[in-house]
Each structure stands twice: as structure tokens, then as C-alpha cells.
Design a protein around this ligand. Structure first.
Ligand code: LMR
Length: 328
């Protein structure tokens, strides 16, 4: 696929190669919940490839995708316990630990992935990242997946009123629950790895997700009415166990940071393209697709305004203002 192009930009080997034979082998277990052929799955693979190549395989990255080892419910704890050394959860799922990350879940805050990238690579982005202050966890960077869309079982969601009475899957996040309550739907929380099974059991009517997650997890087979609403972003924090990090040699920290920087660059450049590619796949299947008209989108934005008003009253409202200023 063309999103493979442009990778391996930096070839720096920031430590003395002759010394490397004297150093111990290091294994980083990296757990995540999505398929490999997604913006996050690919970014983890790129990161691992770079770390291994640049350390001449002295540092190994063992990847467990698809929630094979740990899922939404237990991956944070596994990281804190150092059972895995790295994870990349969706920001929404860490908002109990880092309430300020809720700002990034405000519906229609961003209108392009370039804006998201601008924020992530800015001083505001750095301060947001550093909001994760935890004795066992250190945030190393942000990745993105793309914009969230809606899929529904019975019919296409177009107007705000169409949400009324629907049971909609929400990630474990107060902001996302409120988002659906705002349009009179009932949020139902569910772990990502359980989604397909829970759709089978009809535990929910609709859900929000990115095209790449909807396609790679076959969610469209259960709910084949897709609304291109672009109403929110799905982005990740790449987090490492703090004690593990502190025990690394400075040169190894530098190697890992550089590999992550390069994998992040790849992620930012290719995430949108992967979602576009998968949208094309969905178009070739029997999925009914509707893109919100400008009028419908305006009505959705209006319906979500109270979330902004309540964010304005928070002590961290400055993040909202700073982001708005940066991308206006
Ligand atoms: C979800 O639960 O829908 C997402 O957080 C999955 C992911 O990691 O992209």
C-alpha cells in the first residue's frame, strides 16, 4: 500500500555500537487492542522495527495486538504493574487518570487531521501530554487514528433526533457518555475486544468509531448503516512504565524516543490514508453510507454545544481556549 512510502526517515544510531555487545538484552512488551492493519497497529510495528534495527536486536519489542494479552479493562493496570512496558490506549480511556484529556473529546473541536497534528506537536500538546503525572506511568507521545463516524443497525443516523432512545456504545469516558446523553441516547460501555460479540448479542444499537476500526474488526457486518459525521477524534497516548523507563540507559531512552518520534511521524502522515483506504473497502461492500449535509452537521454541532459550556466552567478550560486559538 502506498502508506508504506516515506518511512525510515531517520537513521541515527545514538549510541556507540561497539559497546552494544556488552549491554544486556532488553525486552519491551507492547500491548494494544486493535488489529495490526490500522493506524495504531502499524505505528506499533514501525516503532518495534526501528527500535530493533537501531539497537541491532539488543532491544526487542514483543507486540500483543487485538487485546490478546490485555484489553480496555485491564491494560492500564498491567502497565502500572510492569506486566507490559508499553501501551497506547485511546485518550478517552485514560481520562479518569488525566481529566484534561477530555478536552480532546469535545465533539467537532477539530475539522481536519492537520489541526490535530498541529495541536499534538505544539506547546499545548506537550503540556497536555505532561498532564499524565503518575508514579508508574510516563507518556511519551500522541498518535492518531482519525475521525469517528457512527454506525447503526437499523437505519442511517442523520438528524440529531435519530439518536433518541438508541443504545450507543461509548468508551469508558464521562465526556463520551455525556455526548450521547446530550442527544438523548443511552450510552452503553463496552471493551473494544468485546464489541463484535456484544453486537451479536444485541447489547447496543449503534456505535462511534473510526473507519479503520469499523472495517478491521468487521463491525460493519453487524451494523451496516454508516454516517460520515467526523464528529470527534480518536487519538492515543503512547505510555511506558515509569520504573522501566528510569532504569534504561540514557542512550537507550534516546534510541526509544527517536524511534517513537519517527513512528509518530509515519502515523500522522498515514492514518488518514488508511481510513480512506478502508472507506473504499466499505463502499465496495454492502454498507449504506451517508455523509452529513452541512445543515445536518450544523444541527449536530448545536446539539453538542452544552458540553462546551460546561467545559468552560472547569479549571482546565484554558486548554480549550488555547487549542481553539491555535487552530482557528
Ligand atoms: C475503541 O475502544 O473503540 C478504541 O479505543 C479502540 C482503539 O484502540 O482504537
Amino acid at each position: 500500500m502506498s502508506y508504506e512510502q516515506g518511512f525510515f526517515k531517520s537513521e541515527t544510531l545514538p549510541y556507540d555500537e561497539e559497546q552494544e555487545g556488552l549491554k544486556d538484552q532488553i525486552t519491551i512488551r507492547f500491548s494494544h487492542v486493535v488489529a495490526e492493519d490500522t493506524p495504531k497497529g502499524q505505528a506499533v510495528l514501525k516503532f518495534a522495527e526501528l527500535v530493533q534495527k537501531r539497537s541491532h536486536h539488543r532491544i526487542q519489542v514483543e507486540i500483543s495486538p487485538n487485546g490478546m494479552l490485555y484489553n480496555d479493562v485491564n491494560e492500564l493496570q498491567a502497565l502500572k504493574d510492569n506486566d507490559v512496558q508499553m501501551i497506547a490506549p485511546t485518550l478517552s480511556k485514560v481520562t479518569k487518570e488525566v481529566p484534561s484529556w477530555e478536552v480532546l473529546d469535545l465533539p467537532y473541536l477539530f475539522s481536519s487531521t492537520a489541526e490535530v497534528q498541529k495541536v499534538f506537536t505544539s506547546d499545548v500538546g506537550e503540556r497536555l501530554l505532561n498532564e499524565l503525572q503518575h508514579e508508574n506511568m510516563k507518556a511519551l507521545g500522541f498518535w492518531q487514528n482519525g475521525f469517528k463516524q457512527m454506525i447503526n443497525e437499523k437505519e442511517i443516523i442523520q438528524d440529531v433526533q435519530d439518536f433518541k432512545g438508541l443504545r450507543v456504545r461509548a468508551m469508558e469516558s464521562d465526556m463520551l457518555k455525556q455526548q450521547f446523553e446530550q442527544v438523548k441516547a443511552t450510552p452503553v460501555t463496552s471493551s473494544f475486544d468485546e464489541l463484535f460479540t456484544e453486537l451479536n448479542k444485541q447489547k447496543m444499537d449503534a456505535l462511534e468509531n473510526t473507519i479503520s476500526n469499523i472495517y478491521s474488526k468487521s463491525l460493519y457486518k453487524k451494523e451496516n448503516h454508516l454516517t460520515i459525521s467526523n464528529h470527534g477524534i480518536l487519538a492515543y497516548a503512547v505510555i511506558i512504565n515509569k520504573q522501566f523507563w528510569q532504569q534504561l540507559e540514557p542512550a537507550d531512552q534516546q534510541l526509544i524516543e527517536q524511534a517513537l518520534k519517527d513512528a509518530t511521524e509515519w502515523n500522522m502522515e498515514n492514518a488518514m490514508q488508511m481510513n480512506d483506504h478502508d472507506l473504499q473497502q466499505l463502499k465496495n461492500l454492502s454498507v449504506e453510507i451517508h455523509t452529513l449535509t452541512p445543515q445536518q452537521q450544523t444541527a449536530w454541532k448545536k446539539a453538542f454545544m452544552p458540553l462546551y459550556r460546561s467545559f468552560e466552567n472547569r479549571s482546565d478550560a484554558h486548554y480549550l481556549h488555547e487549542i481553539q486559538q491555535l487552530i482557528q
